[in-house]
Design a protein around this ligand. Structure first.
Ligand code: NDP
Length: 258
């Protein structure tokens, strides 16, 4: 993609795993975006070391933003901070990547597990989309005559194959994760709602499954290195158009049924 793909990008949960790799590949692209805001819930903690080193190497490009997507006040504060630094007040691409999983069989899952995962995986992307919407609208308005795209103004929600109700019978035994699956199925509905709501503003909203990826969450048995997943997703992002609004695609651009 990321080649001249868009001006300003925010990635949530970007201090490790897929989020960190997204920021790295965009920053190291031959024609990087003009601004990358790297959301991280604890920039001073040990998990942020790699992101800090990356930001150090790309000081003009990457700004680390304290952003805990499970906290409404943190999301609001981050929106204020990013808003004050955006070129022309416009954000072209928001990638809602931050997410959690917990051991989730029926016997392992209680109210707390369901609610905690829902708060981060579902309410988080909703709040972030809401608070950053004025900047996305501004970007869309500035490029008003263009077709919908990630270069113009877009929200990408990182979902999962495990969110698919239609596919559940094919993979439930392998991943019996009640809180995670339910929260991500709800992210798909959030995606569809936002896509409908924001299309008149020219803002594209799409959900993406990154593949089964070698990260702390995906585990070492996952077949896909984060580098390959992100390379694929960036290509997909670059080619998204109006026809992809409100849909779930995988990291190679194939549609996944709800
Ligand atoms: P990791 O567990 O490796 O990383 C998760 C990231 O999200 C970390 O940076 C973590 O920060 C951050 N995060 C978690 N909670 C919050 C929060 N409340 N506020 C801000 N940041 C938060 O996961 P992956 O990189 O594998 O996953 C990224 C996304 O991809 C998730 O949405 C996940 O559901 C999805 N996905 C992953 C798959 C895989 O196989 N890996 C498959 C399908 C989907 P911290 O370091 O502070 O914990």
């Amino acid at each position: 993609m990321a080649s001249g793909m868009c001006g300003s990008i925010l990635v949530t949960g970007s201090n490790r795993g897929i989020g960190l790799e997204l920021v790295r590949q965009m920053a190291e692209s031959p024609s990087p975006p003009s601004q990358i805001f790297a959301g991280c819930r604890n920039p001073d903690g040990p998990n942020a070391k790699d992101l800090k080193e990356l930001a150090q190497r790309h000081q003009k490009l990457i700004t680390i933003v304290c952003l805990d997507t499970s906290s409404e006040s943190s999301v609001r504060e981050a929106a204020k901070q990013v808003g004050s630094r955006l070129n022309n007040g416009a954000l072209n691409l928001l990638i809602n990547n931050a997410g959690i999983n917990v051991p989730g069989t029926l016997s392992e899952s209680g109210q707390k597990e369901m609610v905690d995962v829902f708060v981060t995986n579902t309410v988080g992307p909703m709040l972030v989309s809401k608070e950053f919407l004025p900047y996305l609208k501004k970007a869309a308005a500035q490029l008003g005559s263009q077709e919908m795209s990630c270069r113009k103004s877009a929200v990408i929600n990182i979902s999962t194959l495990l969110s698919s109700i239609e596919k559940c019978h094919t993979n439930f035994a392998f991943a019996p994760m009640y809180p995670y699956r339910v929260s991500k199925a709800a992210v798909n509905m959030l995606t569809r709602c936002l896509a409908e709501d924001l299309k008149s503003d020219g803002i594209l909203v799409t959900a993406i499954h990154p593949g089964w990826v070698q990260t702390d969450m995906g585990g070492s048995q996952a077949p896909l290195p984060a580098e390959d997943s992100v390379k694929g997703m960036l290509k997909v992002f670059a080619n998204l158009t109006e026809k992809d609004a409100g849909n779930l695609l995988d990291w190679e651009g194939n549609p996944i049924p709800w």
